[in-house]
Design a protein around this ligand. Structure first.
Ligand code: HEM
Length: 384
């Protein structure tokens, strides 16, 4: 569909069938005033509700209103349909408490225990200028101009309260989040999203994505505001695709654990056949290799953990050696990063054969509040 509701139990842009394009921005809050922060979130909520419904950022739109004032919308989406635009907001740990323990906005007592500082994973090569942030806004749409327009107008509305810290443009989805969607491909050329958590799996989504009320009861702070929300893990993962492109098909398939054409597990079957890790080949080695990505990321190797992956391909120009600065901007929504991301990433960073071709260059973890209820438009109101 071309339009998704902005209001609801959960924010849109999570189980929404993954759109084709992404523009994501992390912000640093510059104001020291709690009232300004609340006002910013209120402005953002109002604008996001309008933009996702195909309206301009303000009531006049880009081409009317007071002639001697700048228009209340920038205009580049004027003739475009909403293109399935969703806008999803999240809060970084630094909004609640800084690294040196400062409580900037009187929010320290609302910091959820699970909004941790992510540990250093083996082989991480993170650029601080592409990492973290107090606030995050994920805009997804089937038209890149619509997604960029959304971030541009929200950033404009943040003037004096928050500035952009880093952004990421994604041009091709690397996941499907509904069984109705065709599985797309990542820049290694493999189908990505086959075994992803899908919106149709209601109880699995409840278990692995949304924060349950019980989490607040177990929390050392007051985190009830996050019930029905989720956590967003963002990792900018650069691929050394020039090296990958000189690797044999045999090696590529072995590292992933699936065939390149069909996306079937190397243990046999078709795309949606479950991998069988016990099947061995003539040399008595398992057909789905011990260091293959699919084996190491599979729920059976991870205490049953699943995640809702919603990443995008990126290509940000090239480096001084003429290599593309390209890869996968990994986005995943999980109920608790301590159980649903950190252990898996540790295992992958240590043992995954794909890591030879990967470098994590950016990182963020954000608490994503639940949806805005019908009628009252105040995003994260309980958290502020
Ligand atoms: C599955 C590629 C990073 C978690 C897959 C599949 C591919 C793939 C081709 C098989 C198809 C599918 O089921 O979607 C990649 C690439 C990555 C990457 C190229 C980096 C550039 C990650 C990271 C994580 C992760 C960082 C989590 C920490 C998973 C999971 C599955 C999966 C959970 C499904 C496993 C299953 O249930 O069979 N990935 N992945 N991946 N990946 Fe990744």
């Amino acid at each position: 569909p071309g339009t998704y509701p902005f209001t609801g139990e959960h924010q849109a842009g999570i189980v929404t069938p993954a759109q084709d394009r992404l523009y994501l921005a992390a912000f640093d809050v510059t104001t020291k005033d709690r009232e300004d922060l609340v006002a910013l979130l209120q402005r953002w909520t109002t604008i996001a509700a309008r933009l996702t419904q195909g309206q301009g950022a303000g009531p006049f739109g880009p081409a009317s209103g007071p002639y001697d004032a700048p228009p209340d919308d920038t205009g580049e989406a004027l003739d475009l349909p909403p293109a399935g635009l969703t806008i999803t907001f999240g809060f970084g740990r630094s909004l609640f408490v800084t690294a040196d323990g400062t409580d900037r906005f009187g929010l320290a007592d609302r910091l959820p225990d699970a909004l941790v500082e992510l540990p250093h994973f083996p082989a991480d090569n993170l650029d601080p200028a592409r990492s973290d942030g107090d606030l995050v806004v994920q805009a997804c749409a089937d038209d890149p101009q619509v997604a960029v327009h959304a971030i541009r107008n929200l950033s404009r509305a943040a003037f004096g309260a928050a500035t952009i810290r880093w952004t990421q443009l994604g041009y091709g989805r690397t996941s499907s989040t509904s069984t109705a969607q065709r599985t797309p491909r990542n820049l290694f050329g493999f189908k990505d999203g086959t075994a992803n958590l899908k919106v149709e799996e209601r109880s699995a989504v409840d278990e692995h994505v949304w924060v349950p009320a019980a989490a607040a009861q177990a929390d050392s702070h007051d985190s009830a505001w996050l019930t029905g929300g989720t956590y967003l893990v963002a990792r900018r993962i650069r691929m050394t695709i020039e090296t990958w492109d000189r690797t044999s098909l045999r090696e590529q398939e072995a590292l992933v654990g699936r065939t390149k054409g069909e996306g079937a597990p190397l243990s046999g079957g078709t795309e949606f056949t479950e991998p069988d890790f016990a099947v061995t080949g003539r040399d008595d080695q398992p057909l789905v290799a011990l260091n293959s990505h699919v084996r190491l990321a599979h729920p059976t190797q991870n205490d049953g953990v699943r995640m809702l992956r919603r990443g995008y391909n990126f290509t940000d120009g090239n480096d001084a050696l003429g290599r593309l600065d390209a890869g996968l901007f990994f986005l995943a929504f999980v109920t608790d990063p301590r159980t649903h991301y950190i252990p898996m990433q540790n295992r992958l960073s240590r043992d995954d054969g794909l890591m030879e071709y990967l470098q994590h260059t950016g990182s963020g973890l954000f608490a994503v509040p639940p949806g805005v209820p019908d009628g009252s438009l105040v995003l994260g109101s309980d958290g502020t």
